[in-house]
Design a protein around this ligand. Structure first.
Ligand SMILES: C[S@@+](CC[C@H](N)C(=O)[O-])C[C@H]1O[C@@H](n2cnc3c(N)ncnc32)[C@H](O)[C@@H]1O
Length: 235
């Protein structure tokens, strides 16, 4: 049984409201609930996309700008654009880095020209997209030929005991911890959206059918977090 909507305009409205509400506590909760491991995963993402000095990079679903700042530290010469549809999340990004330009937009209608970025990153964003297929096609459109897409996303582990523990953590412990500091329903949504999102094998197939090749993966914490790197197929 599902409590939340996982596609379309109703999802979009829900997502905007939820992230607007949790924005002030988002970074703090990330650190606490992942015991600081989220920093390591974001660094791995920035490394995996093999950035070149001075290039233009898009961090889509940038939220409060954690990945963008990680990239900015690694590539001081680069121009980084952070895009997100929730102004309350973007507000935290803009106050923290002068070198980062932010754009308020949705992944399914990106206000950028074809082939305009060599690298695009999305950390814990794709699961929240209201139109996943269309968004991947948009990402592909604005990525330069042979450009690189790096994605971080949660998944359910496949192994029995770990899967049961993680399920308990997501559905029982996490919403209670989340409710102490922020909005509990956001963490119920997190659990349900992870269960609802395509598993790694299906997501790799979806990337391939959206025009990405050479997809490689790396997984962390027993397969609860996955890093995907793909290359835009040249015409
Ligand atoms: C879990 S947060 C991740 C933020 C950041 N990337 C990070 O690693 O902390 C998910 C972000 O996705 C954004 N988002 C949701 N739907 C989106 C969409 N359709 N297009 C772009 N961003 C979206 C939300 O506003 C939110 O900031």
């Amino acid at each position: 049984m599902t409590r939340f909507i996982h596609h379309g305009d109703d999802k979009r409205r829900f997502i905007r409201r939820m992230f607007a509400e949790i924005a002030p506590r988002y970074d703090l909760l990330n650190r606490l609930l992942t015991l600081g491991m989220d920093r390591h995963w974001r660094k791995r993402l920035a490394k995996a996309v093999r950035l070149e000095s001075g290039e233009r990079i898009l961090d889509l679903a940038c939220g409060t700008g954690d990945v963008a700042r990680t990239i900015a530290r690694q590539q001081p010469e680069s121009i980084i654009v952070g895009a997100d549809p929730v102004p309350e999340m973007l507000a935290w990004t803009s106050t923290r880095s002068l070198r980062l330009r932010t754009v308020c937009c949705e992944s399914e209608a990106l206000p950028f020209q074809d082939n305009s970025f060599r690298t695009i990153t999305v950390a814990f964003g794709v699961r929240n997209f209201s139109y996943l297929d269309r968004s991947l096609q948009e990402i592909n459109r604005i990525l330069a030929p042979d450009g690189c897409l790096g994605i971080l996303e949660f998944a359910l582990p496949t192994k029995g005991r770990l899967r049961r523990f993680y399920h308990w953590y997501l559905t029982s412990l996490l919403p209670r911890l989340g409710a102490l500091l922020s909005r509990g329903y956001a963490y119920h949504y997190l659990a349900e959206s992870i269960r609802h999102f395509p598993g790694p094998e299906d997501f790799i197939n979806l990337l391939a059918s959206s025009g990405f090749s050479h997809v490689v993966t790396e997984r962390f914490l027993g397969g609860t977090v996955w890093l995907y790197r793909g290359q835009k197929v040249s015409a």
